[in-house]
Design a protein around this ligand. Structure first.
Ligand SMILES: [Zn+2]
Length: 345
């Protein structure tokens, strides 16, 4: 019996070493320690031994059982440890590997220019105003002091829309964002400090500098004691922030129906600084916007007393501004959305 116990222990040790998985270990356990297992059979037969033999053999048998149980559970623990290590190895992420770059889009140069302009004027406490794309002839022309025989009203320049308003006036796609100025003044909340960026429509043929739809941004300030000096101050802030700190400006007298006096603003070329180059066509100066003091008659028409209030207005074409800043030579590029072009910005 002593030898048989030694034999079982040897076989158990071998079986444990050879076992490739938990299932085999379990089979081994059942074969030796299960109800009908070999060691269980020996333990059952203890009763037949003599009183002298029983304690020594009993102790040996118990040792054998502890040996087998311990061996099997240690082997199971080892298998599970190896399995965990293998899984961790398989799931390892090498954080030093370069990431997979995902192509991201970015803002269109027009959007960038628009947002930048908004930021600059919001910083000067201007509000953003909006108006309809389809405008009455009244707001698009009359309210801006544009006489009925003015060439701007020509059907060749304006997209008229069918229908009549309550006063029998016609509709048109707005040719400028100026109607928003008229609507804002009419609301009667003074003082006014606003900008109105938006799309406008003119019956122009498409070429390098024209498009039937383009964007403008106009600004309007109405308050007591507003002077041309305030106008220049605000536009200089815009020019320096948008085009560069060293930008200089000059104002040339001009004519617009809704401002008096009126001016066009030129800025020193941001590329050559005024020496003359291809961007400024050798002039050193670039025309960027039209501006002026709001015509007293325009204030009066909106119910604002020109003896008490004065104001200034300005307006610029955003495509032109974006093209100048991005050295873009053809306006069509801004509308075609060729990714090879857009990716340069
Ligand atoms: Zn230049």
């Amino acid at each position: 019996m002593r030898e048989e116990l030694e034999q079982i222990k040897r076989e158990a040790a071998e079986g444990i070493r050879a076992a490739g998985g938990v299932k085999e270990l379990e089979e081994l356990r059942v074969a030796l320690l299960g109800k009908k297992g070999r060691l269980t059979g020996i333990l059952k037969g203890m009763g037949r031994l003599s009183a002298e033999e029983r304690p020594a053999l009993g102790q040996l048998a118990n040792e054998a059982r502890d040996f087998i149980e311990g061996g099997i559970s240690a082997a199971k623990a080892e298998l599970s440890r190896k399995a965990t290590l293998a899984r961790l190895a398989a799931e390892t992420i090498d954080v030093t590997l370069p990431g997979k770059a995902r192509a991201r889009g970015h803002y269109h140069p027009m959007t960038t220019a628009m947002e930048e302009l908004k930021r600059i004027f919001l910083g000067m406490r201007y509000e953003i105003a909006e108006g309809p794309d389809i405008e009455t002839e009244y707001y698009n022309f009359d309210a801006l002091n544009i006489p009925s025989d003015h060439p701007a009203r020509d059907e060749q320049d304006t997209f008229y829309v069918e229908g009549k308003d309550a006063d029998g006036g016609g509709f048109a796609l707005r040719t400028a964002t100026s109607p928003v100025q008229a609507r804002t003044m009419e609301r009667g909340r003074l003082p006014i400090r606003m900008i109105c960026p938006g799309q406008v429509f003119r019956a122009d043929e498409v070429d390098a500098t024209h498009s039937p739809v383009f964007h403008q941004m106009e600004g309007l300030v109405v308050d007591k004691g507003v002077t041309f000096g305030d106008l220049k101050g605000a536009l200089m802030v815009f020019a320096r922030e948008f085009l560069g700190e060293d930008t200089r400006a000059r104002f040339r007298p001009h004519y617009f129906p809704f401002t008096e006096p009126s001016a066009e603003m030129d800025v020193s070329c941001f590329k050559c600084g005024g020496a003359g180059c291809n961007v400024c066509k050798g002039e050193g100066w670039i025309e960027v916007l039209g501006c002026g003091m709001v015509h007293p008659r325009v204030l009066e028409m909106r119910g604002i007393d020109p003896a008490v209030y004065s104001g200034f207005a300005f307006g610029m074409g955003l495509e032109r501004i974006a093209m100048l800043r991005g050295a873009i030579s053809d306006m069509r590029l801004l509308f075609e959305n060729d990714v090879n072009f857009l990716n340069q910005f």
